[in-house]
Design a protein around this ligand. Structure first.
Ligand SMILES: [Zn+2]
Length: 96
């Protein structure tokens, strides 16, 4: 199985396991510690665009998000500067 990540710039879908993770940043909700999510900066192997993929983790993570999280290579943990990029390949969560 394993999750997939879609590049919204060129439409390519890549296996999360073969995605190039250029940075990871963990976010924790200021008001709710259980509201945890991670932002992964992923470079599209097809067009080279770096997009931000946001996933929740922990008990709030969906099955799809968990698949992607497990499959993503453990990249560097050097972090991402906030606001350095727009959401390009992000799979939207269903919160409204
Ligand atoms: Zn692309």
């Amino acid at each position: 199985m394993g999750g997939r990540v879609r590049c919204e710039s060129c439409g390519t879908t890549v296996e999360a396991a073969s995605a190039e993770v250029v940075g990871t940043r963990r976010l924790e909700g200021a008001s709710d510690p259980a509201d945890m999510s991670m932002v992964h900066a992923i470079r599209c192997p097809s067009c080279g665009v770096v997009g931000a993929l946001v996933t929740r983790y922990g008990p709030e993570a969906s099955e799809v998000e968990a698949d992607v999280l497990v499959a993503l290579p453990r990249g560097s943990d050097r972090g991402i500067a906030p606001g350095s990029m727009g959401p390009a390949g992000a799979r939207r969560s269903s919160e409204s």
